[in-house]
Design a protein around this ligand. Structure first.
Ligand code: GLC
Length: 577
């Protein structure tokens, strides 16, 4: 008979082991980093980044304090939309290397303790995917894998007025099937038909395949576009003065092609698949992150229906360089207040579809980086933002690669192109910025690389990169940042924003002066009870303020455009969140 004491010890050790395996919500305070594989590091010298290149540079993530990376698609693809047109979800495109290269990358990330999240693109495939080829050929099983419809006017016109995100009709006629297929994006990206149960099964199998490979989660692409309204009615035409050409996506109100309620159920379905897998394998929880450009209510639904991180793009889409502190406060507060209980906040500052921070916020790039790191939860960094890379605005029409821009004309392409924010990472001042040895890189590297590069910023007393490192280190050591309360305040006639994080006796406070020319003096006595002095942990580069200097809490001087992070010991105990 097992004694009671032994039984207790046994139970305790099982709990410990289980605790080790089930490190629930490991992403709670993580910094995620988006790697755009074509542009991160080129190992084989063909001018395009690859998996071996990423593996070569994994130590960079440790150095920068990044806990997890998410990879834009690396699957087989004709590269019409640079990997977002997938011709086989289970193989690696030769541009990026082989499955063996990925295995090696995963071995090394596991050793270094870096999480890896893969992009999952359910809305569409490439027209080169065998499912589509079989669908075109009318093979019974695959006939309804895609959205096929008869056209109007004796099949001579598209079935309705829908417009593709990449301009022009969202339907393409196929002679062989004598039908039109739906493509919400490029015409070589046919939309899958999720009314077909076989498509669900394929998607779940794909998730399990990659989980078996050892990845830590998925970023789910373009989820709002997956289902369309039954019956395929015309969408209302809207007048939009931003409209560039008549067949522009902005000309319609997308009430039938976006935000269908069934999209949320898909998240629940995939959550279940992923959780069943982790339970069966007694593995750590996997993260699901959703990409949805939609309103706050819908964004919160993604959390409710099973996403761990419903990407928060609101600091990209809802505020800009002209916004006031009160507008920032509103965007921050509404996210926190509306988030379902127990979920983790997140702050995305950039991605492969959006202009870079330094270009969106000239002279204020650090302000945005600091903000994302001081706010509670997950910070999401797009590659290159740790050194404040800028958009390459000199890319010409001839050099343009992005299908979204190629589908318009030389006059309008600049308004749509995503190429400027996808150029190679600037590692150093050598040839191709240390990214490649090729004569030409797939997108041109901006001339500023001789100055603006990682090597040049490393180890400097102050640089964008050192600021980034200081912030990630602070996140990993500060209890106030990990578990503390959040208070947002607007001061000095809506010219100063205060982000106040406190836990027990520790306070970390971010102060931002939004004015370009007026210096402000701020009194934080009410915020920091019992503190008369605070330490400047950091300030934006070029602020002229010495890091680790002391300030008086009752009169903190904030020169124009300055962002300051302070540390203070305070009285009283703030309950941890
Ligand atoms: C997502 C991606 C974007 C891509 C589109 C189509 O929005 O972020 O880059 O073009 O999906 O897959």
């Amino acid at each position: 008979m097992i004694s009671l004491r032994l039984y207790c010890i046994l139970l305790f050790s099982i709990a410990l082991v289980a605790g080790e395996i089930k490190n629930k919500v490991w992403w709670k305070n993580i910094v995620f980093y988006q790697v755009y594989p074509r542009s991160f590091m080129d190992n084989d010298g063909d001018g395009v980044g690859d998996l071996k290149g990423i593996t070569d540079k994994l130590e960079h993530f440790i150095d920068a304090g990044i806990g997890g990376i998410w990879l834009s698609p690396i699957y087989s693809s004709p590269m019409v939309d640079f990997g977002y047109d997938i011709s086989n979800f289970l193989t690696i495109d030769p541009t990026f290397g082989t499955m063996d290269d990925l295995d090696k990358l995963l071995q090394k990330t596991k050793r270094l303790g870096i999480k890896v999240v893969m992009d999952f693109v359910p809305n569409h495939t490439s027209d080169q995917h065998e499912w589509f080829i079989k669908s075109v050929n009318g093979e019974e099983k695959y006939k309804d894998y895609y959205v096929w419809l008869e056209g109007r006017e004796n099949n001579t016109k598209p079935p309705n007025n829908w417009i593709s995100l990449f301009s022009g009709p969202a339907w393409k006629y196929n002679e062989k099937r004598n039908l039109w297929y739906l493509h919400q994006f490029e015409y070589r990206q046919p939309d899958l038909n999720f009314n077909n149960p076989d498509v669900h099964k394929e998607m779940n199998d794909i998730l399990r395949f990659w989980l078996d490979k050892g990845i830590d989660g998925f970023r789910i692409d373009a989820i709002i576009h997956v289902y369309e309204k039954d019956g395929f009615p015309d969408e209302p035409v809207v007048y939009n003065k931003l409209t560039l050409t008549t067949d522009n996506y902005l000309n319609l109100n997308h009430i039938y092609t976006k935000n269908d309620p069934r999209n949320y159920d898909l998240i629940t379905e995939w959550r279940k698949t992923v959780d069943e897998w982790t339970d069966a394998h007694n593995e750590e929880e996997k993260v699901l992150m959703t990409e949805a450009y939609t309103n706050l209510t819908n964004l919160m639904k993604y959390y409710t229906y099973g996403a761990d991180i419903s990407f928060n793009f609101n600091l990209i889409t809802e505020v800009n360089i002209t916004s006031k502190p009160s507008e920032f406060k509103h965007v921050i507060d509404e996210w926190i207040l509306n988030m379902p209980d127990g979920k983790v906040a997140n702050w995305v500052m950039g991605n492969h579809d959006r202009s870079r921070i330094a270009t969106r916020y000239p002279g204020r790039v650090d302000q945005m980086t600091i903000l994302s790191m001081i706010l509670p939860g997950v910070a999401v960094t797009y590659y290159g933002e740790e050194i404040a890379m800028e958009d390459n605005l000199s890319i010409t029409w001839k050099q343009t690669k992005d299908p979204q821009a190629c589908h318009v004309d030389p006059e309008h392409f600049k308004e749509l192109t995503r190429d400027p924010n996808r150029t190679p990472f600037q590692w150093d001042d050598s040839i191709d910025a240390g990214f490649s040895t090729a004569l030409e890189t797939w997108l041109p590297i901006p001339d500023n690389y001789k100055e603006l590069n990682l090597a040049n910023q490393k180890g400097k007393p102050e640089s964008h990169y050192v600021l980034y490192q200081t912030l990630t280190k602070l996140r990993s050591t500060s209890i106030a940042l990990q578990n503390g309360t959040l208070k947002t305040t607007v001061l000095n006639n809506d010219r100063v924003l205060i982000i106040d994080r406190q836990s027990n006796n520790e306070a970390i406070v971010l102060l931002i002066n939004f004015s370009d020319d007026v210096a402000e003096v701020v009194d934080l006595t009410d915020h920091l009870p019992g503190a008369t002095e605070a330490i400047v942990i950091l300030a934006n580069i070029g602020s002229g303020i010495t890091w680790r200097s002391m300030v008086l809490v009752s009169s903190i001087e904030l020169p124009p455009k300055v962002s300051l992070v302070l540390f203070a010991k305070v009285d009283g105990s703030h309950s941890d969140s």
